[in-house]
Design a protein around this ligand. Structure first.
Ligand SMILES: [Zn+2]
Length: 490
């Protein structure tokens, strides 16, 4: 039954992630207690992501006050102690979780009492002393501790193990201001490690790093140039996001922080209750059009600095836009629409950045003339897209895919951040040619498959992606084996 009154159906909230771990898994998350030390960007975004996932008890620990003009998504954070204000705001994202706040920093034995009963401790400060207290408490009480920090253009996450290692204290970050964008790229990674800890799966052993700037993105930072852009942002550039779901919502948050001058949203769908576990901006948007709702959020999050129009459009072959954007983001969840987006970008002569998320992995890649391979050379997207669509049309089965917040957040934010290399290669280095991935089970959580050659497809004719009923019939005739499963189910 489908309500149309804008009411969140709470029973449906976790439907798409229960496909992965069932009611039992969700109950384990609900019973868990996770302490987040530090409510600067790193702690706030990690807590936001865990709130979406449904970690049942989240404890926020921070002794500082809200800064003037501080925003949490599209909400102004009221004056007062952060630990008092943030629980109320986060509760709006998910009322099924309990969020406590303690107005203190981790500076003494007494302060460690706030960590009592935690299943996982995250120290998200840039403060070595705080991390020392967190690590000591975790060690004494056999609680896993994650240490994470950020600064402009660089962020790092480590699982604290039994070894005494000064690296856990993250001295490189001490005294630096945290970066909202770097916190945002790490939020999904942190949350996935928290999920693993709760489910008793092994945590990441190697440090996880992400940096802006030239060269390999997942290693040590080499220069500080990238810090310069933050102030001015990308206000002279316009972009469009094609897809306002799990990827598009997180892309909107990142794009706002990157201060795009214009960031438009194209989508045909409305938000439903089972979207809310990952489509972060849907928290107050049930039954609303995604395109319009997300565009409205972008303007609110940026306090009007990033203009945004929501286009309520189904993306079909021949898709076009009035505006020639500087870059477009492909944030859809199926190969056929991806193929249409790729064809649109080539025809229009716009660089595109594509992202995709599966429950335990994400990928993103840049397609720009003269610099990287096109999407078809990389993924055979036109043929694969047509094939997937014909199978979909020939079968009646519409099985929902499982989806979680973590990989959507990672894929979308990473794709957005790569726009820096497309728009400002002078500062951020050249666009990466090849596939970039996050894998929840990989020893290195982030990785790349670099390509050497580029292609010259950007000036060739793109194929016709229209599919007629006759095409589908012919396809079924020629490929009965591809449809067997669906036929049996039907
Ligand atoms: Zn090509």
């Amino acid at each position: 039954m489908k309500k149309k009154d804008g009411m969140m159906i709470e029973e449906d909230r976790y439907a798409r992630q229960k496909l992965l771990w069932g009611d039992d898994g969700q109950a384990r998350l609900e019973q868990a207690r996770v302490a987040v030390v530090g409510l600067d960007h790193q702690g706030v975004y990690a807590a936001l992501c865990m709130t979406s996932l449904g970690v049942g008890n989240i404890v926020l620990i921070d002794g500082s006050n809200v800064k003037r003009g501080e925003m949490f998504l599209d909400m102004s954070v009221p004056k007062g102690a952060k630990a008092e204000q943030y629980p109320q705001l986060m509760q709006k994202i998910n009322k099924q979780v309990t969020i406590e706040g303690y107005t203190t920093n981790l500076e003494s034995r007494i302060d460690q009492l706030t960590l009592e009963g935690a299943d996982v401790i995250i120290d998200a400060t840039n403060d070595a002393a705080s991390k020392r207290w967190a690590i000591q408490y975790g060690k004494e009480n056999d609680i896993p501790v994650l240490s994470t920090s950020s600064r402009s253009g660089y962020t790092k996450l480590m699982t604290v193990n039994g070894v005494q290692d000064p690296a856990f204290l993250m001295p490189m970050f001490e005294g630096h201001q945290q970066s909202a964008l770097m916190a945002l790229i790490m939020a999904g990674v942190i949350t996935e490690e928290v999920r693993k800890a709760i489910f008793g799966e092994p945590l990441v052993e190697d440090p996880v790093r992400y940096k802006l700037g030239e060269g390999y993105r997942f290693g040590f930072p080499q220069n500080e140039n990238t810090t310069l852009i933050g102030e001015k942002g990308l206000k002279n550039f316009s972009a469009a996001m094609l897809g306002g779901g799990g990827l598009g919502c997180w892309g909107a948050v990142a794009g706002t922080l990157m201060k795009f001058g214009r960031l438009d949203m194209y989508d045909y769908d409305t938000f439903e209750s089972h979207n809310v576990n990952r489509q972060i901006l849907a928290y107050d948007g049930i039954d609303k059009l995604k395109a319009e709702h997300v565009a409205d959020k972008i303007e609110k999050m940026s306090k009007g600095k990033t203009k945004s129009t929501g286009y309520n459009l189904l993306i079909l072959p021949g898709f076009d836009t009035d505006i020639k954007y500087d870059v477009v983001f492909d944030f859809v969840d199926n190969s056929y629409t991806r193929a249409i987006n790729a064809a649109y970008a080539i025809k229009k002569g716009i660089p595109s950045i594509s992202a995709g998320a599966l429950p335990y992995s994400a990928r993103w890649d840049i397609h720009q003339e003269g610099k990287t391979q096109c999407m078809d050379c990389m993924f055979n997207i036109y043929e694969e897209g047509r094939k997937e669509e014909m199978i979909r049309r020939a079968s009646c089965a519409a099985n929902p895919d499982p989806s979680v917040v973590m990989s959507n957040a990672i894929g979308a934010v990473a794709a957005m951040l790569d726009a820096y290399t497309v728009l400002r290669p002078d500062v951020f280095g050249e666009p990466f040619n090849g596939e970039q991935v996050y894998r929840s089970t990989g020893q290195k959580r982030f990785g790349t498959s670099p390509l050497v050659d580029i292609c010259d497809c950007y000036h060739h004719n793109i194929p016709d992606l229209e599919i007629s009923d006759e095409d589908v019939a012919a396809f079924v005739e020629a490929n009965p084996h591809l449809l067997q499963e669906e036929v049996q189910e039907a």
